[in-house]
Design a protein around this ligand. Structure first.
Ligand SMILES: CC(C)(COP(=O)(O)OP(=O)(O)OC[C@H]1O[C@@H](n2cnc3c(N)ncnc32)[C@H](O)[C@@H]1OP(=O)(O)O)[C@@H](O)C(=O)NCCC(=O)NCCS
Length: 195
């Protein structure tokens, strides 16, 4: 059982690798690639956050992600295809609840790469890292209940719906519902290699 986050993961950025993907640290030069995603209506549909209007906004978001790693508050990876090195998406523990040994996950991918199992491959690796290296006890995902693709992905990876909040989130003139999914390290004990 993990009782404490492993802060050693903040010494050297943890690059991850899967069969088809490379997960590495964001750099400021990735702003154009992030902008392609965060300005695309299809990607933004259920994120319930304002789309980026300029590349500068994406650069500021990247600076925030870099700073959050330095201040040990989050780890965000940019996802590239191994064969072409093309950026396909991103994934990360963008919010940590340190006292509860828990972190919230987030992810998005360019629509041209949807339906190929890439995010599932990335998420499995990030879960494995989360429990075995980062030493989390649980991982949370907060999803718009209409986001069927994201819910399908979470459920495939073993997440369970643990809460449903009615109209708890105000965005764009509307009160929206939220579904909270979570995965416990004990749910994964037999699925991943423990170190
Ligand atoms: C959420 C999101 C990443 C899901 O992408 P996705 O491509 O559907 O997810 P996966 O990587 O798990 O791929 C699964 C699909 O690939 C298919 N697939 C093809 N080859 C596969 C393989 N080798 N392995 C697994 N799945 C494969 C699956 O059948 C499935 O397709 P289906 O949904 O039509 O059944 C994507 O919809 C997205 O970026 N949305 C916008 C951002 C967003 O909403 N983020 C989440 C906020 S909570």
């Amino acid at each position: 059982m993990n009782f404490k986050i492993n802060d050693d993961v903040f010494n050297v950025f943890p690059k991850l690798e899967t069969e088809r993907l490379l997960l590495t640290e964001f750099e400021k030069t990735d702003a154009e690639e992030l902008f392609k995603m965060r300005s695309d209506d299809r990607v933004q549909k259920y994120l319930d956050r304002d789309p980026h209007r300029t590349v500068e906004e994406s650069r500021i978001m990247i600076e925030g992600m870099i700073a959050s790693y330095i201040s040990k508050e989050g780890i965000n990876w940019i996802i590239r295809k191994k064969d072409t090195r093309d950026v396909i998406g991103y994934i990360g523990y963008w919010r940590m609840i340190r006292n509860n040994v828990r972190a919230e996950i987030g992810y998005a991918m360019k629509p041209e790469y949807w339906g190929k199992g890439y995010m599932q491959e990335a998420l499995i690796k990030v879960i494995d890292f989360g429990f075995n290296e980062f030493c989390l006890h649980s991982i949370e995902a907060n999803v718009n209940p209409d986001n069927a693709s994201s819910i399908k992905l979470l459920e495939k990876c073993g997440f369970k719906r643990e809460a449903y909040f009615n109209e708890d989130y105000f965005y764009n003139g509307k009160f929206l519902d939220s579904a909270i999914y979570s995965l416990l390290e004990t749910d994964c004990e037999n699925k991943f290699t423990r170190h």
